[in-house]
Ligand binder design. Structure first.
Ligand SMILES: O=c1[nH]c(=O)n([C@H]2C[C@H](O)[C@@H](COP(=O)(O)O)O2)cc1CO
Ligand SMILES: [Zn+2]
Length: 162
């Protein structure tokens, strides 16, 4: 009988855990999103979180959700976690990869996911399921053959001293 540990984390816990940890880098005060892209044989290829483009200061650009002037809201500036993870990958093709993300992708990220060849999306929250954007994402994923399913939370708590 092997004496291996039994309480090791599963692949799904590992990759969603990495996605959630990446989200902890986000400066967005309302929604922190993290993403982890994984090859078909379970190698981590890339990670990302929602933030401003390179060179745009987190302290100078707005983090507001609302405002009379859209230029004073975060929406026109932030790069979504999924797009960041796709753009951060410098290793060539993402064909056949899986994408773990803490929030269901918006329609713009869905387009990038489809066009980069990612074939499976595992998401945690779907808090914007009722929006046009997320409905459009699901329609496009269905047509493009991108499978998507919700991550099953296990309730396991992982404590890391940093
Ligand atoms: O797929 C996504 N990925 C992603 O990174 N985001 C980011 C953009 C914003 O910084 C934040 C959403 O902000 P809010 O929940 O306050 O509307 O999450 C938002 C979505 C929308 O589903
Ligand atoms: Zn998006």
């Amino acid at each position: 009988m092997s004496g291996k540990r039994q309480d090791y984390i599963s692949w799904d816990e590992y990759f969603m855990g990495v996605a959630i940890l990446s989200g902890r880098r986000s400066k967005d005060p309302n929604t922190q999103v993290g993403c982890c892209i994984v090859s078909a044989d379970n190698k981590i290829l890339s990670m990302g979180y929602n933030g401003l483009p390179r060179g745009c200061s987190d302290d100078e650009f707005p983090w507001e959700r609302e405002g009379e002037d859209p230029l004073k809201t975060k929406y026109v500036y932030t790069v979504h976690s999924e797009l960041n993870a796709i753009l951060n990958y410098s290793g060539g093709s993402l064909e056949g990869a899986k994408l773990y993300v803490s929030l269901f992708p918006c329609n713009e990220c869905a387009k990038a996911i489809i066009q980069s060849g990612i074939k499976e999306v595992i998401y945690d929250s779907d808090k914007y399921a009722d929006t046009t954007s997320v409905k459009a994402s699901k329609m496009m994923f269905d047509c493009a053959g991108v499978r998507y399913h919700q991550y099953h939370r296990t309730g396991r708590k992982v404590e890391i001293e940093l």
